[in-house]
Design a protein around this ligand. Structure first.
Ligand code: 4AD
Ligand code: MG
Length: 476
């Protein structure tokens, strides 16, 4: 009896508001429904008012038709672009061509007005640059609605992919005492009064008195802890925020971005590449199958080749290539790159895009990079010069994934750490995995926003995360 009551209550609550996405699909013409959302446009004449209402559940609006004679003049005046309203009415087949059904309003309630003079999204057609300055309101535009729904779908698909393939989601720490990539571009975490930190006798800052008793930072990668998980659970992945204090003001870098990092015991580089390729193709296919309306909108609005490009990726095999072969191709290309190419240089996005877009015309997985330009943990090749690294390079994006087989040999790893003057004191626990039951293993990291750049066709990474963090910007 008790549970029946609760069930009834739940049903009634859901009936009190129907989402626009469900209403547009509904065949229940003649019945009464309630919708709630934000007014996109209002137009009409002295007899009838048409309101396009959006609640974020879909890119599409529901049209609400209000006979002016049935409504208080003041209420209708408050229904302006940006206002939030609740509309009750009868579902009818639409007279217009834009939508299958519309709502013939019987009552309108205004939850929140939006002043016509000052509401920033009054007009359509704002630039993406302008929208970035009003990141608190841009989710209400068609473009950002689409991007945010696709972002959600991709996050869900990532968890689904790994879960379905027997990986465990491992939560790695956000505050760390180590520098995983050895790149040194980290944000410090401290509770010290920065104007007056405690000092040791010789004048250095005394971190033993800080919150964690040592100097700590926001993590640049969950990999090192991910490896600890893989050395017990065999296959894990992390999916969390990572932070880099590099001053890269580019359309492909953020100071705070989300990274997906699978780590697999018993995988060698080939299997790592297979996984990366299968994973990306799965995600792109998932987007095509589940985000049709939003992709179609982005395709028509911003990037006419988007959907074709996505379909193309699923159908092609990625080209796998040695770094040294890549360098040769670039040297013989005859192209005058801004950064000259020779063996040993780190590839710039102009080089990566040449290989992918001009030369191979498909994604490229570049492997076996010189050890000097890669992180300390990568497995060293027998030539003594290269490591078993892999970067997955994509059209329009450049590097979308970076990964490697890991050095599992204790002595080799330790000597590389010494060579690079990395503090062993901070990494003793990492080295211990090579001391106790070490195993060949591999993994990679995919930048979530780089994936979203590719899937949405947006061209600036600041437009695929709700509230971007980049140099001189942390407003919202
Ligand atoms: O190549 P990265 O630096 O590799 C790692 O962090 C490894 N620990 C990953 C691993 O093997 N588990 O970064 C991985 C990916 C890049 O390929 C790129 O997609 C993304 O993270 N990325 C960024 N995305 C946005 N803004 C930035 N500043 C980024 N830096 C890297
Ligand atoms: Mg990289």
């Amino acid at each position: 009896m008790f549970s029946l009551k609760i069930q009834l209550k739940l049903v009634m609550q859901t009936q009190s508001r129907t989402k626009v996405i469900d209403l547009l699909k509904s065949k229940k013409t003649g019945q009464e429904f309630t919708v709630k959302g934000w007014v996109r446009t209002k137009r009409g004449n002295k007899n009838v008012t048409f309101i396009a209402l959006n609640d974020g559940s879909t890119i599409h609006n529901i049209q609400i038709v209000a006979d002016v004679a049935n409504f208080n003049e003041n209420t209708l005046k408050l229904v302006t672009t940006g206002a939030c309203i609740c509309a009750k009415g009868r579902l009818v087949e639409s007279q217009g061509s834009g939508q299958p059904v519309e709502l013939q309003a019987v009552s309108l309630e205004v939850y929140g007005t939006a002043d016509v003079e000052t509401y920033p999204l009054q007009k359509k057609g704002h630039t993406l640059d302008f929208l970035r300055e009003i990141a608190h309101l841009r989710p209400r535009t068609n473009t950002f609605g689409a991007v945010l729904r696709i972002r959600h779908a991709m996050a869900y698909a990532i968890h689904k992919y790994f879960n379905d393939n027997g990986f465990f989601y491992l939560h790695t720490p956000i505050i760390t005492g180590s520098d995983a990539e050895g790149a040194g571009a980290m944000f410090q975490v401290t509770t010290f009064d920065i104007g007056n930190p405690p000092r040791t006798k010789d004048g250095n800052i005394d971190y033993t008195q800080d919150f964690f008793g040592k100097s700590t930072n926001l993590t640049v990668s969950g990999q090192l802890e991910g490896e600890l998980g893989a050395m017990a659970l065999s296959q894990i992945y992390t999916f969390g925020p990572t932070f880099r204090a590099e001053n890269s003001n580019t359309p492909r870098h953020l100071a705070e971005f989300w990274m997906i990092e699978p780590e697999m015991a018993f995988y060698e580089l080939d299997e790592n590449m297979d996984l990366a390729e299968d994973f990306i193709k799965y995600l792109v296919r998932y987007a095509l199958e589940n985000c049709e309306d939003d992709l179609k909108f982005l395709n028509d609005m911003w990037d006419r080749e988007l959907i074709e490009r996505l379909k193309g990726i699923i159908a092609t095999e990625f080209k796998r290539l040695d770094y040294i072969e890549g360098i040769e191709i670039l040297k013989q290309s005859g192209v005058k790159f801004e950064y000259p190419v020779e063996w040993g240089v780190d590839l710039q996005s102009e080089h990566e895009r040449y290989l992918v877009e001009q030369y191979f015309k498909r994604p490229v997985i570049l492997i076996n990079y010189p050890k000097e330009i890669k992180a300390f943990y990568m497995k060293q090749n027998a030539d003594g010069k290269t490591v078993r690294a892999m970067d997955v390079l994509f059209p329009k994006i450049g590097e979308i994934i970076g990964g490697s087989q890991r050095e599992e040999n204790y002595d080799k790893l330790k000597s590389r750490i010494d060579e690079l003057h990395i503090s062993e004191k901070d990494l003793w626990w990492y080295l211990e995995t090579r001391k106790f039951g070490t195993a060949p293993h591999s993994g990679f990291g995919m930048g979530f926003e780089r994936l979203l750049l590719f899937v949405t066709g947006m061209s600036n990474i600041r437009d695929v995360i709700p509230f971007p963090r980049f140099p001189k910007n942390a407003e919202f």
